[in-house]
Design a protein around this ligand. Structure first.
Ligand code: AMP
Ligand code: ZN
Length: 115
């Protein structure tokens, strides 16, 4: 497992900074976004440090599949029943702010503050 000591999401994985966790297993972590756009807004991340979606290769296919597959399960568990959005921002033009791969999963009744 790769870790970048300067990366805020690696610090969450390591327990060095707190997060409100929604799911955890050996390779994935999901936690609530600190600035939610929607009533439910979680981030799904691989525990290993991958900076962006542009950095994945075929060796990550299963991991990416698991991230996506976790979204409906999480939304069900968090009481979201009327659909949700999934979003991955990649690189500067993709408006990525945190350079540790993460998938936003947002749901709950509208209006939302963004998105
Ligand atoms: P982006 O890289 O543009 O996809 O956005 C990064 C997201 O991470 C933003 O929605 C932030 O609110 C969220 N975020 C940043 N730091 C934390 C943190 N310590 N805990 C939870 N969410 C965070
Ligand atoms: Zn990281």
């Amino acid at each position: 497992m790769n870790a970048d000591p300067t990366c805020i999401f690696c610090k969450i994985v390591a327990g060095q900074i707190p997060a409100k966790k929604a799911y955890e297993d050996e390779e994935l972590l999901a936690f609530h976004d600190i600035h939610p756009w929607a009533p439910v807004h979680v981030l799904v991340i691989p525990k290993t440090h991958i900076a962006t979606l542009a950095d994945v290769g075929p060796e990550h296919d299963a991991l990416l599949g698991r991230m996506l597959g976790l979204a409906p399960k999480l939304m069900r568990e968090l009481g979201v029943t009327n659909g949700f959005r999934t979003l991955i921002n990649t690189g500067p033009d993709g408006k990525q702010e945190v350079y540790h791969l993460h998938m936003h999963v947002m749901g709950g009744p509208r209006p939302w503050s963004k998105g």
